[in-house]
Design a protein around this ligand. Structure first.
Ligand code: ACO
Length: 362
């Protein structure tokens, strides 16, 4: 059997997450994200994805302690970041730096500890290279802040307000895990050779970089920027659809009803409404764009995907577009590491077949 791109091929049995595109359901460890995300922090949801249960008080304190420890980069990691050319893209820098974690001390730790440290370190790596790119001085990690608040602190050097922290955290929690997407598959393939976790995450980062996977939200910013004012929604969208252009942030390969992540992010936008004209424009534009798409593309079931409100939220918290895919990666590393551990628990090396279709030379 040959399926280009392994489309519809089941390659893994997993207990980490399920995605039901017809019902519009995403579950982490069997629980609907809508029931889990609002009442639990990044750290708690990450623990839940890794361990399959919520942390008790002690476990949470222990995890928070390890994550704070993970924010302190080993000397050689800091030196590597500072030696990178300032014009190296963030995704390239992240991939290079994470691979350098593969040293003896790190490998002596359990894979669970390695997962925690890499998850804690990734936003620090992003912030440090980002500030180097901009010629800004490095901001030290603040052990009194949560994972998300510390990320914004290290990026900007300013304590973010609670609304911004909560908005970013909602996005991070909703994008931690999404089944066997390309980068997660890459992580599982790499670890299936009994390679190590840093190699698996390096593969995942290299895969996430591609525009077909991690690179979509900045297109939504361009769309909302082109619209600008509510009265422009119809003419801008009509012109794009008529010329055959895709409306970024709409449609999904799996979800043929509303993307559940989009619903939760929209709720967050609505709760922030009135505080930011971008969020107001995004919520108003959604209804009109869906109606226009139904007119011009009837029956295609085109709703907003996670990128639409993610972009609106990122824009409203003043996260520059070049940080979108790195930030997505800082969330998805939880899923990558969980899948790597699951793969090792019952491992068979991935080795599909290929069929030679070239000429035979006699
Ligand atoms: N705008 C306009 N028309 C669209 C859109 C869109 N965003 N999405 C699909 N369509 C139309 C297509 O033109 C096609 O029309 P046709 O039947 O007249 O040829 C029909 O709907 C089906 O399109 P497909 O590409 O076959 O649908 P598929 O489910 O494979 O595509 C995809 C999913 C790639 C996400 C698509 O909807 C798209 O390009 N969206 C815009 C880009 C985007 O937002 N990407 C982020 C996805 S979320 C993520 O990656 C985390």
């Amino acid at each position: 059997m040959f399926q280009k791109g392994l489309k519809d091929v089941v390659a893994v049995h997993t207990k980490i997450a399920s995605v039901d595109g017809d019902k519009g359901e995403l579950r982490y460890r069997g629980v609907l994200v809508g029931d889990l995300i609002p009442s639990h922090s990044f750290e708690e949801v990450a623990y839940f994805i890794w361990q399959g249960e919520l942390p008790g008080e002690n476990e949470l304190r222990n995890l928070q302690g390890k994550m704070i420890e993970g924010r302190e980069l080993p000397d050689h990691i800091g030196a590597i970041i500072d030696a990178l050319p300032a014009d190296m893209s963030l995704m390239d820098a992240m991939r290079t730096v994470i691979s350098a974690y593969a040293h003896v001390d790190f490998k002596d730790r359990t894979i669970e500890e390695q997962a925690i440290i890499l998850t804690a370190a990734l936003p620090v790596v992003i912030s440090r290279h980002y500030r180097n790119m901009k010629g800004l001085s490095i901001v030290k990690a603040n052990p009194n802040l949560s994972h998300t608040a510390n990320f914004l602190w290290m990026l900007t050097g300013v304590l973010a307000n609670e609304v911004h922290v909560e908005a970013l955290e909602t996005y991070l929690k909703l994008t931690m895990e999404h089944g066997l997407n390309a980068s997660t598959f890459a992580a599982r393939v790499t670890i299936s050779t009994e390679s190590d976790l840093t190699a698996a995450i390096t593969s995942a980062l290299g895969t996430m970089k591609g525009p077909l996977h991690g690179g979509a939200p900045s297109g939504v910013i361009d769309l909302l920027e082109a619209i600008g004012l509510t009265e422009n929604i119809r003419p801008v969208v009509e012109e794009k659809v008529k010329s055959g252009e895709r409306i970024m942030g709409f449609g999904h390969r799996i979800y043929k009803t509303e993307d559940p992540r989009s619903i939760l992010l929209r709720d967050k936008c609505v709760s922030m409404s009135g505080k930011d004209s971008w969020l107001d424009l995004a919520t108003e534009a959604e209804k009109e764009i869906i109606a226009l798409l139904e007119t011009y593309k009837p029956g295609r079931k085109l709703y907003t995907n996670v990128e639409y409100y993610a972009a609106a939220i990122m824009r409203s918290i003043e996260m520059p577009p070049e940080l979108f895919t790195p930030t997505f990666s800082a969330a998805r590393i939880v899923g990558w590491t969980a899948h790597a551990m699951e793969q090792l628990n019952d491992n068979t090396i991935f080795r599909p077949q290929s069929v030679y279709v070239g000429e035979l030379v006699e």
